[in-house]
Design a protein around this ligand. Structure first.
Ligand SMILES: [Zn+2]
Length: 417
């Protein structure tokens, strides 16, 4: 019989609590969306039909249902990996080959990542080929799906194996400040990826064509000049190859910045509306949201690593989670598996900050363009992406990176002069 120590009990309690909170919020969201399914909210009744509104409700609920199953499944898996002896089994097995600490660590870490990806595959397949398909969003073929998966795996190996090897090397070096060095490595790596993403990574998955529409390019260039935004080009991405969901973003750092529109977005929006959406994106740039996000992320990473540096020396940390041999790589694995049970309480704070930034960007867009034009664009996007117009306030406060549709539209409406 296994005698669970205090830390194991704490772990189980934290797991149950985080599961409970997330399932409870999901249930609230489902019932709010369902109870508002029969009527289009007043503010949207001109642009969105009852049929479109019902579709958004059904789509939202279908996604929530699969999320709930995945949450419960994930909780069971976490127990199997830790207290159930899954990690211990793999660790003992790989150790028996007698590789060096770093090689053993790499095999164990990437072995577990691979197993987790395979276990998660049915959920990804269900989302893409059942839910997205059923609501008419999916344009991904089976061949494309397999291609993407192979490419993502190859890319992860090329980028992450050297990174993880470097981290394990810094950790085993046993300098008391290893976590500060690892922090510096992680930050530099993150910046490097942001730098190379638009030119080297994104083109592996999509085609980027310079924007050809003369009128639109004219408008966009004028707007960018007015805002002092120097970019390395305006591109249209073939998002329609995988999905009919539309979007726009800017990517890259410094002079390597690019503006990217999904082709699906340009199909539905008028040039003035595209301009309003871009003005919103430029608002993020003007308010330095990317830089603020990077700094916040750096602070959180440093705190996380400091906690890890303490945990790595506690035998109880390994034993409470079903692992008998302390090691640098096992500390990394356990930490990344268990940390979400605690960092989930940061989620509402992060969501709040993100929504604050969205309001600031909207305010900027309202000044540079017209609030009513941005509203028209947003409502079209809500309609075409089947976003719910009636979220539960608590669920939304916890999860939503963007203000819920009614709040956002009301905020912009107040600016119409
Ligand atoms: Zn935004």
């Amino acid at each position: 019989m296994v005698i669970m120590d205090t830390f194991s009990i704490l772990f189980i309690l934290a797991l149950l609590l985080s599961l409970f909170i997330q399932l409870w919020l999901s249930s609230r969201q489902s019932s709010t969306v369902l109870s508002n399914r029969a009527t289009v909210p007043e503010a949207f009744s001109q642009q969105i039909t009852l049929q479109q509104h019902k579709k958004a409700a059904d789509y939202t609920m279908a996604k929530l249902a699969i999320n709930k199953i995945e949450l419960a499944y994930g909780a069971i898996l976490l127990v199997v990996w830790t207290l159930g002896g899954g990690l211990e089994f793999i660790d003992t097995f790989i150790r028996s080959y007698g590789y060096s600490n770093i090689t053993t660590g790499l095999v164990v870490i990437f072995g577990i990542m691979l197993i987790s990806a395979v276990i998660d595959l049915p959920f990804t397949l269900y989302r893409t080929f059942k839910i997205e398909q059923r609501f008419g969003f999916n344009r991904m073929t089976a061949i494309q799906f397999i291609k993407d998966m192979l490419l993502q795996t190859a890319l992860t190996l090329v980028l992450a194996v050297p990174l993880v090897a470097g981290i394990l090397w810094l950790m085993q070096d046993a300098s008391p400040l290893w976590w500060v060095y690892v922090w510096a490595v992680l930050l530099s790596f993150g910046l490097l990826i942001s730098w190379i993403f638009p030119t080297f990574i994104a083109p592996l998955f999509n085609k980027f064509m310079p924007l050809e529409n003369e009128e639109l390019r004219e408008r966009i260039t004028t707007l960018m000049n007015r805002c002092g935004f120097a970019s390395n080009g305006i591109f249209v991405m073939d998002g329609s190859k995988r999905s009919s969901h539309g979007n726009a973003y800017f990517t890259g750092l410094g002079k390597n910045k690019r503006i990217v529109f999904f082709d699906t977005l340009l199909e539905t929006l008028e040039p003035t509306e595209v301009e309003a959406v871009l003005a919103h994106e430029l608002g993020h740039f003007k308010h330095h949201h990317v830089r603020k996000g990077l700094i916040l992320n750096a602070v959180i990473t440093l705190v996380g690593l400091a906690i890890l540096a303490w945990l790595i020396k506690q035998d109880a940390f390994y034993h409470a989670l079903g692992v008998s041999n302390a090691s640098t790589y096992m500390a990394l694995i356990l930490f990344s598996m268990v940390m979400p049970l605690f960092s989930i309480y940061l989620q509402p704070v992060m969501s709040y900050l993100s929504r604050k930034h969205e309001f600031e960007a909207d305010d900027f867009a309202a000044e540079q363009s017209q609030p009513q034009t941005l509203i028209k664009a947003l409502v079209k996007l809500y309609r075409d992406n089947a976003n719910t117009l009636t979220p539960d306030p608590l669920y939304s406060a916890f999860h939503d990176s963007h203000p819920p549709a009614p709040v956002r539209v009301a905020h912009l409406s107040a600016k119409i002069s």
